[in-house]
Design a protein around this ligand. Sequence first.
Ligand SMILES: Cc1cc2nc3c(=O)[nH]c(=O)nc-3n(C[C@H](O)[C@H](O)[C@H](O)COP(=O)(O)OP(=O)(O)OC[C@H]3O[C@@H](n4cnc5c(N)ncnc54)[C@H](O)[C@@H]3O)c2cc1C
Length: 422
Amino acid sequence: MGCHGWDYESVLPYFKRAEDQENGEDEFHGIGGPLSVSNMTFSRPICDDFLNAVAENGTPINHDINGATQEGVGYYQLTAKNGRRCSSAVAYLNRARSRPNLAIITHAMVNRLGFTDKRADTVHITRKGEPMQVHANKEIILSAGAIGSPQILQLSGIGPAALLQEHSIELLHDSPDVGANLQDHLQIRTVYKTHKPITLNDQLSNPLQKLSAGLQYALLRKGPLSMAASQVYAFCRTRLANERPDIQYHFQPLSSDSPGEGLNNFSAFTASVCQLRPESRGSIRIQSTNPLKHPVIQANYLSTDLDCQTAVESLRFTRKIMRTIAMREHVKSEHLPDPLAQTDEELLQQARQIANTIYHPTSTCRMGADSRSVVDPQLRVKGVLGLRVADASIMPEIVSGNTNAPTIMIGEKAADMILAER
Ligand SMILES: Cc1cc2nc3c(=O)[nH]c(=O)nc-3n(C[C@H](O)[C@H](O)[C@H](O)COP(=O)(O)OP(=O)(O)OC[C@H]3O[C@@H](n4cnc5c(N)ncnc54)[C@H](O)[C@@H]3O)c2cc1C
């Protein structure tokens, strides 16, 4: 795609540099980096049974999807240490906090960037209701994510000319792909009811067990509160003819009507499935010059034939997993999708109803060598000077997996490029 310096060999050292891998160092993993990567300490027998069911259905067991091959089923690792999340703030910012050349300004909303002769030199901020400006001597690095970064660029006059004209924003550079190419993994959350009370829905509906989970975490940093939302991964090929996995599972021994809501009051688990390389493309477009007004997020999920077909196939694939010897003794009934949905059309309709984002928006300030791309392979915003973007928005295409570690890799690589230029 013309992004020289971003091939596998070139980016692997940055993944390794970031990492402090509990299982030790090898060809694919690093130790001693700021980002703690640890093994899951919490499980449920139903998780093992799902893992065995996927294997029974033809996907190999693979304990390291970030190793030599991605295909396979196993337990997720966590960016956590001793049961506590290792966010990028914990990993990077905390240890840099006391540097004399770092000032952290919180409760601050970036409104737009200011330029002199097309060189970015000012960040316009509102802090606790007061306007404020920060001046840059060298350059500005924008890291507001795949929704925030294109919004700020558009508000600063870098974006599709027609959109900026619509909002009477002075055009600094006509860059039609600022906010275009929005990609995401759409998760279809299938939910199955179980015969026995073996899920977290059961454990956490009981006040005593809830208390015990709280104590377990407070005293030992273990138990359900130390876990990620998902325990088991599976990277599968919906068709054996596919060269590499096209879908990913996030298996959870719990269920809720939607992510972040309370658990269901019946025994059930969730097998969320998403397409790894969707073709659908959406957009981020400002709807106001007021930076506090959220931009319009138009995801356009399931808008191509391949994406629709994969959604249908992934639901059929899930049903096959539920019919395996390892799983069928648990499954009392299919809750989502509707068990009556059988034809392709009915399954697609179900997918549209029960799917939602898995929170992996990318590619809205796409890196590339072509004239429409927003940043060059050095992450410099085209058409202006002194401005880079370093976040998930620069991915030319969404990665075939979770987006957090690749975004941290982008940060690591950006840091080297900036230092090299100085
Ligand atoms: C609920 C949830 C669960 C997730 N789970 C996983 C997971 O399990 N595994 C995984 O790999 N990935 C996961 N992700 C995705 C992962 O968190 C993102 O891919 C990653 O954080 C992207 O990093 P980023 O730097 O591009 O953007 P962000 O992390 O979003 O950082 C952008 C920052 O800019 C700030 N900002 C934006 N606009 C402005 C403005 N105008 N002024 C000031 N500040 C601004 C935002 O507040 C934010 O702090 C999850 C995401 C969510 C939301």
